[in-house]
Design a protein around this ligand. Structure first.
Ligand code: NAD
Ligand code: ZN
Length: 370
């Protein structure tokens, strides 16, 4: 039987169901938590042909009617207003009413776009996440954030809209390119570091099996990641704390976003790869500032590299200007008198936000690493 993780977020409780082969039983899993047996599916051109037939059969078996199957081009560019409008118009033209469920079948792009459409169509439709990337299963499908991008920046417009259920079918990950699977693993490793010695040690011993696609390791990682992330989110649903709560999920992301922005989003560097380097840098910075043991950065870097991820700037195929990275990080977070804000580690399970990291320390670290 699949594992079920109960979570309480927003005004309702729901379950994250994790297992191998859930799509074929989707109708039976969804029927008890939805108001009616009609739905629209949103997917992308890559995922649709691979996994929609199984999902469709699973839904039809339980008597669900699919009013529309809406397919968007794959990639970050689909998270925009004109695409959102097309999705809304397709849903409503197909006859969606307040009881029609919106099912997102795809990675984080489809989840964010379809979730936002579900949040605003008719002022809110029931939403179902069926994440098909490791990143979406361990991160973007949990927490209720949905939205689209503006030319000004990513995720600047959106809504909190919790799903009625999440079906994380690890069998869908078999078709995911190995590089995407590894990149998603960076968020699992981040959750391991945030959670504590137990999950971090599990990562160190099982991470390599996971990136080879071993099913048991995938199920455990998705379950443990969702447990960690939903617990963090439950304490700070609307990201009101600048220091604790959801802010800690940004471990590795201040450096990661700077590297990603330098490469251009949707470019040569995947988000998870940038985060992996960011985790290595965050551990190194923590050690330089005397917050954690001198061994921790070596442990983090060695593990990520063993999983085929870059973990130092020197592992990346291009160089970076230290000044440009610092400029990006200043823009990323509020700066007070040349100090920068980072999530740092005292050890696994002991993350905290430091708002007073001297820019010179970061600059020296980047020069030594680059
Ligand atoms: P994605 O949705 O673009 O998927 C990556 C690629 O994999 C795409 O080309 C997709 O077509 C393909 N793909 C997906 N599933 C597949 C499968 N099973 N087999 C083969 N190919 C498959 O990207 P992503 O990494 O899943 O998500 C990134 C997005 O998630 C970003 O837009 C980011 O902002 C968002 N995000 C949101 C949250 C949140 O809390 N809402 C959190 C983290 C990230
Ligand atoms: Zn991330």
């Amino acid at each position: 039987p699949p594992a079920r993780l109960p979570v309480t977020l927003g005004e309702r409780s729901y379950e994250i169901v994790v297992g191998d082969g859930l799509l074929a039983r989707a109708g039976a899993l969804l029927a008890p938590v939805l108001p009616a047996r009609h739905a629209v599916v949103v997917t992308d051109e890559t995922v649709g042909p691979l996994h929609l037939p199984t999902l469709r059969a699973g839904l039809e078996e339980a008597g669900f009617a699919l009013l529309a199957e809406i397919t968007v081009p794959p990639g970050e560019a689909s998270k925009d207003f004109s695409r959102l409008q097309l999705v809304l118009e397709r849903m409503l033209a197909a006859g969606a009413d307040r009881r029609t469920a919106v099912i997102a079948l795809g990675g984080g792009v489809v989840g964010d776009l379809a979730g936002f459409a579900a949040a605003i169509a008719l002022r809110g439709l029931p939403f179902v996440q069926v994440p098909t990337t490791l990143l979406a299963q361990v991160d973007s499908s949990v927490g209720g954030k949905t939205g689209v991008n503006l030319a000004l920046g990513k995720n600047l417009v959106g809504a909190f809209h919790q799903p009625r259920i999440v079906l994380a079918d690890t069998a869908t990950l078999a078709t995911l390119p190995a590089r995407e699977l590894r990149a998603g693993y960076a968020e699992v490793a981040k959750h391991g570091l945030l959670s504590g010695e137990r999950l971090w040690h599990w990562c160190e011993t099982q991470g390599e099996a996971l990136v080879r696609g071993e099913s048991e390791a995938l199920v455990t990682a998705v379950l443990e990641s969702c447990r960690l992330k939903s617990a963090v989110v439950a304490g700070d649903e609307r990201e009101e704390s600048a220091e604790g709560g959801r802010a800690l999920l940004n471990l590795g992301h201040t450096f990661g976003h700077a590297l990603e922005a330098e490469c251009g989003y949707g470019g040569t560097l995947l988000h998870g790869e940038a985060v992996a380097v960011g985790l290595g840098l965050a551990a190194s910075l923590s050690a330089r500032l005397g917050h954690c043991s001198q061994e921790l950065p070596g442990r983090v870097i060695a593990h990520l590299q063993a999983c085929g991820l870059p973990a130092r700037i020197g592992d990346l195929p291009r160089g970076f200007s230290v000044a440009a990275l610092l400029g990006r990080m200043r823009k990323d977070k509020k700066v007070r008198d040349g100090a920068l804000r980072f999530v740092l580690l005292r050890g696994p399970g002991e993350a905290f936000t430091a708002g007073d990291v001297p820019a010179e320390t970061v600059e020296r670290l980047l020069r030594d690493e680059g």
